[in-house]
Design a protein around this ligand. Structure first.
Ligand SMILES: Cc1cc2nc3c(=O)[nH]c(=O)nc-3n(C[C@H](O)[C@H](O)[C@H](O)COP(=O)(O)O)c2cc1C
Length: 176
């Protein structure tokens, strides 16, 4: 396989959820690059119905309380991923609002970039969104989709086998 392709596919073998972080800062330029990936992400009808709140270690005490796992509190950067359904594209046929899908896409793209940068991430959905809204003064019409923790992993990211459903179970050819 072509070297560039190999690097690309290996990225997805290396990415895993990181729940233990080193006490090491994320470089400014790396963080800036991750934020540009969020901005560039695709979204339904290019509505970009999202906001991302970057919260670094300083002043994080109250927000840290929403995490149930100690390791997340040590992440040097967390990004609170928010959806603004009022800005999103809505599918006419069934009135589905795509705000959360769009946010998930942007976050996923950023997680890929973070992995390439040697950073570990974890998507944390198990939080109390209303509490996060109170702490960060997020307006009522905004949804908190999740918090992404970012930092250097305690254990380096290496290629590993994933515990996943077999392809035959999830891929359907031609029809269900
Ligand atoms: C939408 C979403 C929400 C998640 N929420 C949490 C969470 O609240 N706490 C946690 O420890 N991991 C959370 N995870 C991580 C998953 O548990 C993890 O992705 C899954 O077990 C597969 O493992 P891997 O990411 O290491 O490949 C979440 C992942 C996703 C995609």
């Amino acid at each position: 396989m072509d070297e560039k392709l190999r690097i690309f596919y290996e990225l997805y073998d290396r990415r895993r959820s990181i729940r233990e972080y080193l006490d090491r800062e994320v470089e400014r330029d790396k963080l800036a690059r991750l934020l540009t990936i969020l901005r560039r992400a695709q979204s339904a009808a290019n509505r970009q119905p999202w906001h991302f709140i970057v919260v670094e270690k300083e002043g994080r005490e109250e927000l840290n309380e929403v995490f149930t796992k100690e390791g997340f509190r040590k992440a040097p950067v967390v990004i609170v991923a928010c959806a603004e359904p009022g800005q999103a594209w809505v599918r006419k046929t069934d009135h589905r609002n795509y705000a959360w899908v769009d946010v998930a896409i942007a976050v996923t793209e950023m997680i890929g970039a973070a992995t390439a940068e040697g950073l570990g991430t974890c998507w944390v959905a198990a939080i109390d969104p209303e509490r996060v809204k109170r702490i960060l003064k997020i307006p009522p019409h905004i949804d908190v989709v999740g918090i992404i923790t970012i930092g250097y992993p305690v254990k380096e990211l290496v290629r590993e086998e994933k515990n996943r459903k077999p392809l035959e179970e999830i891929i359907h050819y031609g029809r269900w």
